[in-house]
Design a protein around this ligand. Structure first.
Ligand code: ADP
Ligand code: PEP
Ligand code: CA
Ligand code: MN
Length: 550
């Protein structure tokens, strides 16, 4: 039922009929693929806390939730997913049954239908035309519609005419709580995925990142079925076509380091590596903007303009100038913008096979070297370990950096067992001769609270040296315990910083802290020990041996 083209002079698109529910309730008024200007008007008229800032970007508030709620995520366990997905200890996939999914879906649909208007976005995921996914987002807020307008791939009019039925649909009723007495619920928030029905339901959280990451989980399920490796990574390309991947958990530097004045941006967060090469899954970037400055991150600064969504920022009530140092709402302030807002973005966002695979660890212990060159087994070991410190705000309840192990540097979003992605990564790195690197974008000179976070300018110099090939022709020394190959010099970086033992006041406490971290790695890796990564079992043994020795 529903949806005729509204008769307004400016609406050219024919609104598709959208059947959402067996109930005989109907969407009264569908606002279909509105433009940023139209969405601004709806937000400012009807959504508290929505303002136009001095840059022209739209400031919005996401309410009580200003980060993802991983404990409230549920995935329907049924005959389609029971054997295929990663369940149990360490897995982000907390099960629910189909019936409970339908209860929450009905609640979301009834809420949406009770409104006098809903926003509908029909868009794409994955710039690789052979493996594109059609998504439909039904939401109650202009903020959510503009966010996904920016973050998913925007169809042309022609593509929209032939859009047809979506491959996946999100019902975002985030302002409305789930019923916490419903089976499987742990709070008034529930973010539910049903891979068989190809639907997602959001209740009790208005944080827009839930939609982006929910679709990412879907891609982590769909792409491996086509032998395509989905990756939680940033990606850019040099003038000679050398592609680099930047893996990292939230807040470790994917967006910051992949946005580079001297390189072409392919994407900042979610990619696919297929036999055709690399492709960005998304149509936009989602940058942390805490302490953002024009001097430190000029390209991200310039991307904050009309059409960009700013989440939970604080601004002057008269000048509407944003104060990016303000974290009174949250430390996880965000800017979501179309990728073409970055001057040297590559459109379409596709590129050749990666040459460098950079693993970003934000080490709160301050004992990992700023840069290490990894063997293939070491790359796999660290990729499966996914060690980093969750930085404040990215997830509910994180107030200060917390050492964490997040498989594939994005465990919260992966759907299959981590070793499935690791096996594919090993194959592709071997096949295309890619080099693995471990870069610590966290603390040096002591742990969090004693040392300080390594300066972004040094990290950028290290990344430049990886891109230029300088680090392939330099001398290395091997560190104790983790056995990491560290370069003795990197242009533009004080050499003493390259080996953490030099930057700690007290060598004994460095050694003790290093052993403490090594022990955490060892314990964490136990759950993966008996998995044979891919066919070659010798690799599996080498990976197990690539961890710390102590
Ligand atoms: N040495 C460093 N390397 C990378 N980022 C750093 C560094 N020091 C501070 N930062 C800050 O850390 C944050 C990284 O955020 P972002 O790149 O958006 O992470 P991600 O995209 O991985 O979620 C940015 O605010 C950046 O300015
Ligand atoms: C929004 C997210 O992306 P990022 O990796 O940029 O934090 C997230 O991971 O929650
Ligand atoms: Ca990011
Ligand atoms: Mn991310």
């Amino acid at each position: 039922m529903v949806g005729k083209a509204t008769t307004h002079h400016h609406q050219h698109l024919t609104v598709p009929t959208i059947c959402v529910s067996d109930s005989d309730l109907k969407f009264t008024h569908v606002l279909y693929n509105l433009s940023p200007s139209e969405l601004y008007e709806h937000a400012i008229k009807h959504e508290k806390g929505s303002f136009i800032t001095s840059s022209g970007a739209l400031a919005t508030l996401s309410g009580a939730k200003t980060g993802r709620s991983p404990r409230d995520k549920r995935v329907v366990k049924d005959e389609t997913t029971a054997d295929e997905l990663w369940w149990g200890r360490g897995s982000p996939n907390i099960e629910m049954d189909e019936h409970t999914f339908l209860i929450n879906r009905e609640r979301a649909v009834d809420y949406l239908i009770s409104l006098d208007k809903v926003f509908v976005n029909d868009q794409f995921l994955n710039w690789d035309p052979e493996n594109r996914i059609k998504v439909r987002i039904i939401s109650a807020r202009a903020y959510h519609s503009l966010f996904m307008h920016n973050m998913c791939i925007r169809p042309t009019h022609k593509e929209l005419e032939g859009f047809g039925e979506p491959d996946f649909t999100i019902y975002n009723a985030g302002q409305f709580p789930c019923n916490r007495y419903t089976h499987y619920m742990t709070s008034s928030t529930s973010v539910d995925l049903n891979l068989k029905r190809k639907e997602m339901v959001i209740l009790g959280t208005q944080y827009a990142g839930e939609m982006k990451k929910g679709l990412f989980s879907v891609m982590h399920y769909l792409m491996p079925q086509k032998q395509i490796l989905s990756l939680h990574s940033g990606c850019n390309m040099g003038k000679d076509g050398d592609v680099a991947l930047f893996f990292g958990l939230s807040g470790t530097g994917k967006t910051t380091l992949s946005t580079d004045r001297n390189r072409i941006l392919i994407g900042d967060d979610e990619h696919c590596w297929s036999d055709n090469g690399i492709s960005n899954i998304e149509g936009g970037c989602y940058a942390k903007c805490i302490d953002l400055s024009q001097e430190k991150e000029p390209d991200i600064w310039d991307a904050i303009k009309f059409g960009t969504v700013l989440e939970n920022v604080v601004f002057d009530e008269h000048s509407r100038e944003v104060d990016y140092t303000e974290k009174s709402v949250t430390e996880n302030t965000r800017a979501a913008y179309p990728i073409e807002y970055i001057a040297n973005a590559k459109i379409p966002c596709v590129g050749p096979h990666p040459k460098n695979v950079i693993l970003l660890a934000c080490d709160a212990f301050g004992v990992l070297p700023p840069v290490s060159k990894l063997s293939l087994p070491q790359t796999m070991y660290h990729f499966i370990s996914g060690y980093t410190a969750l930085v404040a705000g990215t997830e509910d309840g994180i107030k200060e950096p917390q050492a964490t192990f997040s498989a594939c540097f994005g465990a919260a979003f992966i759907t299959l067992h981590p070793t499935r992605y690791a096996a594919m990564l090993a194959d592709k790195m071997r096949k295309h001769g890619a080099t693995g690197w471990l870069v610590n974008t966290g603390w040096i000179g002591g742990s969090y609270g004693v040392g300080e976070r390594i300066s972004l300018k040094y990290t950028r110099k290290i990344i430049d040296a990886i891109h230029s090939g300088e680090l392939l022709n330099t001398t290395y020394k091997t560190t104790g315990v983790f056995g990491l190959e560290i370069p003795t010099e990197v242009e533009g970086v004080p050499s003493e910083l390259l080996d953490p033992i030099n930057t700690w006041e007290d060598r004994d406490s460095y050694k003790m802290t290093l052993l403490k971290l090594a022990d955490l790695f060892k314990r964490n890796f136990r759950v993966f020990a008996n998995y044979k990564i891919g066919g070659a079992s010798d690799l599996a043994d080498e990976i197990a041996a690539a961890g710390p020795n102590f």
